[in-house]
Design a protein around this ligand. Structure first.
Ligand code: GTP
Ligand code: MG
Length: 356
């Protein structure tokens, strides 16, 4: 069952009458082809990064399906690269159409790239205790920021007596995000997700552990990726999938399976958050002070709206939390970049002095 009030429909230029090429099945699109000079395609054929390991990348192209030893933190799963003739290293990473990223774990607040060149991110949640609007909103904000179309997929409908409260809450999140409710173990996924899974498209399953991401990957691709039952007590998964893996199908889109993410801190995502909460964002622009905290200030449009009873205070609290966190993470990221730059300059000037 799909509830779709949005305009979130993928476009594809692939000719449906001819059998797709491997490049098309890998998600090759005119956006990438336009970056290659004449002849370049034959000399260094493009390949897609399907897995990233600590010191190596697995890449697949029309003439290659190999692991290359290459420790590069600037390349992520989903990237398109041109490999050198010896097939030992990437010559060039093609410009990305999209990049989903989050603040990495740890204190240094680095940015962790989750995936590049996605068209659709399926945000998966189960119709049980896993369901959490604030967490779903985080995924949506990151997708909006990256220009990737989000779709909420509610799994385990078959195990739930009444799906309606989950559907109502999910549909209320944003009128730009369709909601699909299904049993991932049935034949529904292929049918219900078909409109986003055309040849040439790349889709990803994101969400907590145990919600059925790998089950959905298996349903779409016919693969046999490991899945595992969740804990009875709290419906939590066991972190069965441990790394991101882009799977290629023989007749539809490229499908990315991801591990359940324990923490999803947003960074560099101000416009994604505004897209998710456009009403609150626009109201805040009417506040008297541009740095209004919407707590006590006079002339605060948000406080006035609360008084008038026209905004949902829970939703307001979630927006406030997300926007504050985003600002703090982005500021510290900018400071770190500034410090790195300053340190780089100092090292350069010391080296210069020593050469004299
Ligand atoms: N009945 C039912 N079981 C489901 C559904 N979706 C997933 N499951 C089961 O839930 C368990 C967890 O599914 P997985 O696909 O491993 O979950 P995951 O999101 O990949 O979990 P991680 O790899 O740990 O992140 C498995 O036992 C699946 O068979 C569903 O819609 N209905
Ligand atoms: Mg999994």
């Amino acid at each position: 069952m799909t509830r779709d009030t949005s305009q979130n429909q993928p476009q594809t230029d692939i000719d449906a009458d001819t059998a797709p090429t491997l490049l098309e099945l890998l998600g090759w699109q005119p956006f990438f082809a336009d970056q290659l000079d004449e002849g370049e395609m034959a000399l260094t054929p493009p390949a897609r990064v399907t897995q990233v390991h600590r010191n190596s990348l697995h890449v697949v192209g029309e003439t290659v399906d190999t692991t290359i030893v290459y420790p590069d933190t600037e390349i992520t799963v989903g990237d398109w690269i041109l490999i050198n003739e010896a097939q030992t290293k990437p010559d060039r990473v093609l410009d990305r159409q999209s990049l989903i990223k989050r603040r990495g774990a740890g204190h240094d607040r680095h940015v962790q790239m989750i995936a590049a060149n996605l068209d659709t991110s399926f945000i998966v949640s189960s119709c049980n205790r896993d369901f959490n609007v604030a967490r779903i909103e985080r995924y949506i904000a990151l997708a909006f920021e990256a220009g990737v179309g989000p779709v909420i997929v509610l799994t385990k409908a078959d195990l739930c007596d009444d799906v309606e409260p989950f559907v109502t809450a999910a549909t209320a999140i944003s009128n730009k995000v369709p909601v699909v409710i299904l049993n991932a173990l049935s034949d529904a996924p292929k049918r219900e997700l078909a409109q986003w899974c055309k040849v040439g498209q790349t889709v990803a399953f994101l969400g907590s552990s145990g919600v059925g991401k790998s089950t959905l990957v298996n349903a779409l691709t016919g693969s046999n990726v490991d899945t595992q039952g969740v804990r009875e007590a709290d419906a939590r998964g066991r972190h069965t999938t441990t790394s991101r893996h882009l799977h290629i199908t023989h007749d539809s889109c490229a499908v990315l399976d991801t591990p359940g993410m324990r923490e999803l801190q947003v960074t560099d995502a101000a416009s994604g958050i505004s897209d998710l909460f456009p009403d609150l964002h626009n109201l805040s622009l009417e506040c008297k002070f541009s740095d209004c905290s919407h707590q006590v200030e006079p002339g605060c449009a948000i406080l006035a709206a609360i008084k008038a009873g026209v905004i949902d205070t829970d939703r307001l609290a979630r927006w406030n939390k997300l926007a504050t966190e985003e600002q703090a993470n982005s500021e510290s990221l900018a400071q770190r970049k500034f410090k790195d730059k300053k340190l780089g300059k100092t090292i350069k000037s010391i080296k210069k002095k020593n050469r004299k």
